[in-house]
Design a protein around this ligand. Structure first.
Ligand SMILES: [Fe+2]
Ligand SMILES: [Fe+2]
Length: 474
């Protein structure tokens, strides 16, 4: 499945044969470009960046690497190949042929799912727009831009679905996706975590590790959708998402590695001395981790949700790895544990599994996210330092669902307001932590050089060396 780059909008969906859709998208394209100019990476115009661009949707070898002049990246519309005879694999329509058109009765729910996913894509570009000014190396600057252009493309992916399948209201939603702004008081992005700031590179790496991983789980669930164009779109997006999580995992890992080196040189675990040496102390890294993990927990939605049940039963959104799960894929009568607060303690209660699908996806996510934290711990262990990072309890610092009504400490104890207030400084990044981290930020532009607070990566991008000139400023 090769992508046609001779067209104004690169695509593998036969856009040239669909004049109406082509016109609609060509009308939206300049609006996207002006949004990118306003809200995309600040000060990047004219940079030559060593980027990968999708040239096919083949699982192997779809990527082509070359210098691209910002902002001339060729955003386009790419769907994974159709699976012949694909079926709806869960819910009330299980066994029916997958839908190639939007089923009328599910139209508004389907649109809502697509808009909610679509909204996160430009939001993260907006959140990250200042980071290029303080990139710790050319290698990292290139990775930031790669993530940004692909999030832009993910917006295209969702806008394609809206314009191709939802008529006039789809076009209106496509416009609105360019009008909301991350953190805007009047017209914010839809989901909380996407209105938070990403003010420094430690936040960026935590965001791409934790929050892009939420993207992976949402996309994987939508890739199971009975609505086949959505499934195929998300399947290709997932291949791009993997790199974003790699940027996060390796980024945090390199910060930890550098900190451990300095701790061993100075033979100290005193945060003040470690900070004075220009690296980020492990307790601060733990607080950033706690923050990003907890705001990402909220992205999965309410623990008990009748919407989640509806999306599943109607075949719109499946579970992670739906077709690999060995049950009836209908879940009628099945139960699943969720947390409730009773007598000042968290207790696990069984609720109908259909209503607990958000919680199930959250639990799948936690297993995956925790595994990477263990890989970070191996870096610390190898350095001979007896500190371990951990993910906080899933009820910690929640803003959504019944758990938002109480304070829960990182180990899962419900605590009173006074205890919370006394310890918040130890559990979440303080203004002072953030000011310290931001004091370390400053752009490093010499190929092969890295800021003092982060170790170089083990290898470069696409077999290039670490000191390759990943960005030319022109
Ligand atoms: Fe994305
Ligand atoms: Fe992403």
């Amino acid at each position: 499945m090769t992508i046609d780059y001779s067209e104004k909008i690169p695509n593998n969906v036969g856009l040239a044969e669909n004049r109406t859709l082509q016109r609609a998208l060509e009308q939206w394209q300049p609006e996207f470009q002006s949004w990118w100019a306003d809200m995309g990476p600040e000060g990047s115009k004219g940079f030559d960046v060593y980027l990968r661009t999708a040239v096919s949707v083949d699982p192997k070898g779809w990527a082509h690497f070359d210098y691209v002049k910002m902002p001339d990246y060729r955003w386009g519309i790419f769907l994974a190949p159709a699976e012949p005879e694909r079926k709806v694999n869960f819910g009330a329509h299980q066994g029916e042929a997958a839908w190639q058109e939007v089923p009328g009765e599910y139209r508004s729910n389907l649109r809502r799912l697509i808009v909610t996913q679509g909204d996160t894509e430009p939001a993260s570009v907006e959140q990250q727009r200042h980071l290029g000014l303080t990139a710790p190396s050319l290698y990292d600057l290139r990775n930031l831009f790669q993530v940004n252009v692909e999030e832009g493309r993910h917006l295209w992916a969702m806008v394609y679905l809206l314009q191709a399948y939802f008529g006039r209201d789809g076009r209106e939603e496509a416009e609105a996706l360019l009008e909301r702004r991350s953190g805007d008081a009047d017209n914010p992005r839809i989901l909380g975590a996407f209105n938070e700031k990403t003010p420094d590179w430690l936040s960026f790496f935590m965001f791409t590790y934790f929050t892009d991983r939420d993207g992976k789980y949402q996309l994987a669930s939508l890739a199971e959708s009975g609505f086949d164009p959505l499934a195929r779109t998300c399947r290709f997006m997932l291949t791009e998402e993997a790199h974003h999580m790699f940027v996060g995992e390796s980024g945090v890992g390199r910060v930890i590695q550098r900190t451990c080196e300095v701790m061993n040189q100075l033979k100290t675990d005193d945060p003040a001395k470690i900070r004075a040496a220009g690296v980020i102390d492990l307790p601060t890294i733990q607080r950033y981790l706690n923050f990003h993990f907890s705001v990402t927990m909220d992205l999965f939605g309410a623990d008990v949700s009748s919407n989640a049940a509806t999306f599943y039963t109607t075949g719109l959104k499946g579970r992670f790895d739906e077709t690999k799960i060995g049950d009836d894929h209908k879940l009628v009568g099945a139960t699943y544990p969720v947390l409730e607060v009773r007598d000042g303690r968290l207790v696990s209660v069984e609720v109908p599994a259909l209503n607990a699908l958000n919680e199930k996806l959250r639990d799948d996510y936690i297993r995956d996210a925790t595994a990477g934290v263990e890989r970070w711990n191996r870096i610390i262990e190898k350095a001979g330092i007896p500190v371990r990072l951990s993910v906080p309890h899933k009820a910690f610092h929640r803003k959504i669902g019944p758990l938002a009504a109480v304070h829960v400490d990182p180990t899962g104890n419900v605590v009173d307001d006074a205890t919370w207030a006394r310890n918040e400084r130890a559990w979440l990044p303080s203004a002072e932590d953030r000011a310290f981290v931001s004091s370390l930020m400053g752009r490093v532009t010499e190929p092969g050089r890295f800021a003092g607070w982060i170790a170089p990566p083990a290898r470069g991008i696409n077999n290039q060396s670490v000191d390759f000139e990943y960005v030319r400023f022109g």
